[in-house]
Design a protein around this ligand. Structure first.
Ligand code: PLP
Length: 438
């Protein structure tokens, strides 16, 4: 027992698994056991482990400039380079970039940028944010308020009301579709509910709608075709900004550069983290469009400073590493590779659709989940989360790391550099674990 307090567990938790090193798509524990990292850590180690080029870049930057901050416009080349690279690569015209350290803090930054923006343009009453059930946007107080998962709220009395967080339904057809309803009808129903909420609250009070292209921690929820088209038509109609949380989906995960590209999203705000540096360093980015920036510039001199910033936001080592990782993604054409390997992985995983324990196999690109159910025909869920947790443990025994989530979904999100043979290994080990979970 060490003196650690562990996240997302109760305080009786002790050391479950001590990971000591990693190489490629594998990590190793303190007993020398090898595990295929089927979750890229927490959806983040896209390049895999031990990339020497990245390591060298970090060491070089530490020698050159180990720290400098960005407060008040003091800056450094690594941050400027990263911001310009991101601005050029996202599907947002002339995007402006605010650098941070985690997905949660990027989302907190966006909450404040939204307030600042609407204050600057003289619409302070436009502050509410619509989020969705089953969404995960992080754990800081604002990000947790946006999150739509009960375990992240219990005990905390989060300030939903003060923040103006509104909740609408998730596009989870398998779980929330009604008997006899088609996917299209379901997407229409979700859009109708969204419109009713907007009208009930008053569109003039609503700043933004936040969504992950594919919800990750909520159970890898791939929306039905046309869902985002319908949602965005409403956002345009009622003058509400589209805030795209790409913390998991960004940088190749869905088989394209961004989840926005795969799902047809045209964002005005974008949150990035995780694979932005392939988790070699903590780094995040909150982006807004050039249009938003342009209309804020002049009034900002009157409304006062944007009083927000993190000591480590734009850390030179994190920025240098992230720029290097983006260069490697491009040079190795890893987003295209993720598309091709993603098709292979999804097709292999479909073999589990017939498994008696598996209600649904879902995913896109290099992200997927199997939803384990008590009854395949009726879709009856298991009580509690024990079955998914057991399957996760069986996988671990076989040298495969997966992640069981609420609702007994087992998530997969392997590094983008995984080979076909390693996908086969993942599927074989998962199959054995599923059979033992029966
Ligand atoms: N947004 C999404 C979509 C996430 O999946 C996560 C983390 O899993 C976050 C935000 C929060 O990121 P972090 O854990 O780096 O604070």
């Amino acid at each position: 027992m060490t003196h650690m307090l562990y996240p997302t567990t109760n305080l009786t938790a002790t050391e479950q698994l001590v990971i000591t090193h990693g190489e490629g798509v594998y990590v190793y524990d303190n007993q020398g056991r090898q595990y295929l990292e089927g979750m890229s850590g927490l959806w983040c180690t896209a390049l895999g482990y031990g990339n020497e080029e990245v390591v060298e870049t970090a060491a070089r930057q530490m020698r050159t400039l180990s720290y400098s901050h960005l407060f008040g416009g003091k800056t450094h080349p690594a941050a400027m380079e990263l911001a310009d690279k991101l601005s050029a690569m996202v599907p947002m015209a002339d995007a402006r970039v605010f650098l941070g350290n985690s997905g949660s803090d990027a989302n907190d930054t966006q909450v404040k940028l939204l307030r600042y923006y609407f204050n600057a343009i003289g619409k302070p009453e436009k502050y509410k944010i619509i989020s969705r059930e089953r969404a995960y946007h992080g754990v800081t107080v604002a990000a947790a308020s946006l999150t739509g998962l009960a375990p992240n709220h219990t005990h905390f009395s989060l300030p939903f009301d003060a923040l103006g967080v509104l909740r609408t339904g998730a596009p989870h057809f398998y779980r929330d579709g009604l008997p006899g309803e088609t996917e299209e009808q379901f997407a229409n129903r979700r859009a109708d509910e969204l419109e009713a909420l907007i009208l009930a609250e008053g569109p003039e009070t609503i700043a933004a709608f936040i969504a992950e292209p594919i919800s990750g921690a909520g159970g890898v929820i791939v929306p039905p075709a046309g869902y985002f088209e319908k949602v965005q038509a409403l956002l345009r109609k009622y003058d509400i900004l589209m805030w795209d949380d790409e913390v998991i989906c960004g940088f190749g995960r869905t088989g394209a550069d961004f989840g926005a590209t795969s799902l047809g999203i045209q964002p005005q705000l974008m949150s990035l983290a995780k694979a932005l540096s392939s988790a070699y360093m903590p780094v995040s980015a909150a982006l807004i469009t050039g249009d938003m920036y342009d209309v804020m510039v002049e009034p900002s001199a009157q409304v006062g400073i944007f009083g927000h910033g993190y000591t480590y936001g734009g850390h030179p080592v994190a920025c240098a590493v992230a720029s290097k990782v983006l260069e490697i993604y491009q040079r190795e054409q890893l987003f295209e590779r993720a598309r091709v390997m993603g098709l292979y992985m999804q097709q292999k995983l479909q073999a589990f659709a017939d498994h008696p324990l598996v209600g649904e196999v879902r995913g896109m690109g290099m992200i997927a989940a199997l939803e384990l159910v008590a009854n395949k025909q009726t879709r009856q869920a298991f009580n509690g989360n024990a079955v998914g947790a057991y399957c996760q443990l069986r996988c671990q025994e076989h040298g495969l790391i997966v992640r069981a989530m609420g609702g007994n979904s087992v998530a997969l999100c392997p590094p983008l550099v995984i080979s076909e043979a390693q996908v086969d290994e993942l599927v074989e080990k998962l199959g054995r674990a599923l059979d033992e979970t029966l």
